[in-house]
Design a protein around this ligand. Sequence first.
Ligand code: ADP
Length: 670
Amino acid sequence: MLRNQAALIAGAMSLVLAASAVLRASPRRSQLLFAVFAVNVSAWYFTDFFSDVSFIWARLHLASGITLPLAAVQFFRVFLHADDAPTRVLHRTALGSGVAILALLVTPLADGMVIRIAIFSYMAVFLIASMAMLVARAAESRSDVTRKRLRYLAFIGGLASVFTLLEYLPLFGVQIPPWGAALLVLFLYALSLSVEHARLLDLSEVVGRVAIMTFFALALAGALLLLTRFTGGALLPAVVASFLTFILFDPIRDRVRETLTTWFVRERAVLDASVHDAREHFSGAMQPDEIIEALVSALERSKRITVAGVYLVDPQSPGFVRVGAIGERAPERVEELPRLIELLARGPVELEAIQIAIDEHRERGETARAAQLDRLAVVVDGLAADICLPIESGGEVRGFVTARDDRAKWFSDDEVDLLARLVEHASVALDRAAAYRDLKERDRLAALGEMAAGLAHEIRNPLGAIKASAQYLTDPEHVEETPAEERHEFLDIIVGEVDRLNHVVASFLDFARPSDGERKAPIDATPVLERAMTLVGREHPDVTISLELNASRRIAILPERLTQIALNLARNAVQAMDGEGHLTVSASDLDSAAAEEVVITFRDRGPGIPDEIRDTLFGPFVTTKHDGTGLGLAITHQLVTAVGGKIEVESAPGGATFAMTFPAENPDDE
Ligand code: ADP
């Protein structure tokens, strides 16, 4: 009874699979042959179901048992592109002996035991031979992934064949459960997916789909049962249940697929998660270095990669430089690779795919093309890469990422997709960082332009005075009338204004000089600040200067720069207090969450920063003094930020406090 039901169900499902293969728009030859194979399986089960009804069905059942291996061999020949001599012999032998046994079926021998044994052996030999074809093809394949997929297909197929053959045992008087039917349908389903996608699928993909289908079959059946119980009719519940299933299909399928991914393929799930994490890192990063670091750490965390390199176009000379890596095997620099870059413009390049293509070209006798690809394979292998993924910007390849897993060799299609997505996110982030840098550069240029306007103004004032004085002195009328000491006054004005001009230009140059990349040795700030304050104290004897210098850490800055900063701030303070009052200079270690730092402050008892310039205080040419240049704080700000520090001001009617934070290190850490 169970066996009969199973036969009927297996027959129906095989027929549906056959239909699904041919109903596609313009089916390929492999799809058509698959359909023939599936129809044959279906016939085999249907005739089995009806074989009790009349002897004709029993005969047909035996006949379809003979054509089944034939259809299998024919399908696998095309599906596996196996067209070598042994397969041709196999096919011919199957055909010859098949026809012979078929002929026996119409003779009186058909009812005897002999023909059953003949058919049993025939099926055994050729079904097993078909599976052997799969195994042989797997052994030949240079790709690990393909090999694995072919092997599990052969495994399911082998099991299905064995159990199908066991179903003949009833003919010999032995009863077994109908596992063959279930396995054979599963096998057909796996094949139909592979045929449909024109590629082999991972076991997890097949299992995932089967699980989803089972889930829906059960859900539909459950809904149907419930509805029938409550409504009594049959049509309405069926329609409602179908609607429910259709509506829920998409969302539930996605859910189930997600869950299955985590269950079945932990490795892939880890890769999935690290791609997701990296995306978040990218979105917060503005510096190319940060993005590349996040990319490399995502690759590392994926646990799927043992060697990797991130390459970007070398701005200095043609070629690419490595800007990030896992391990040291990816070369530090590579020359121009026109062929690879051309391919990368179209997407990821896999060494496996190149090698498969080489084999195919060789088989077809296209040696020139094969040799060309061979060279490419050598290049890619030289990069220690199983896969290269393009870093693109504005449709152009600006670099690439290479990756290899020494343990597992190739990557599956899913993994390639995920890695490609990861690198794509990184490309977008790099693009954004470049745009940001451009913007900052534009800001700098705009500030320079503004400064030039300010500078012109600063220069025009003293020039006016100089011109007036010079005109006065050169006018013969004036010269005769003016006493000598008065003429000296005019000369003093000229010298004074020239000095001022000199000062303005020197300050401007200080400001306009792009922050130098000079490597500064870490220094102790205390002696530098002490010396600077001694100088200020001598200039302004009426100002009391208190020093609270307790920093033990060192900061990386040139001593003369720190002196310049200290003098600027101290002189401003003194001027704000009209030359008399109290100035406190302090330095101390500070532990913030992110780093070790040193804070240096200048606190005066002056009137505080005038409100109208509070927001633009550190900009160039911002001043409230007649003879001020407005460059002092701008330069100070620039010097502090150039070494990675920051400067802030607090101001109240009781005085202003300038606080600077510098990155620092402990002297014992060196
Ligand atoms: P300058 O000293 O040539 O004016 P700065 O950039 O050094 O240029 O200072 C800009 C302005 O900031 C000063 O003109 C002054 O108004 C204000 N300022 C600077 N330091 C102080 C301070 N310690 N107290 C009050 N105001 C100050």
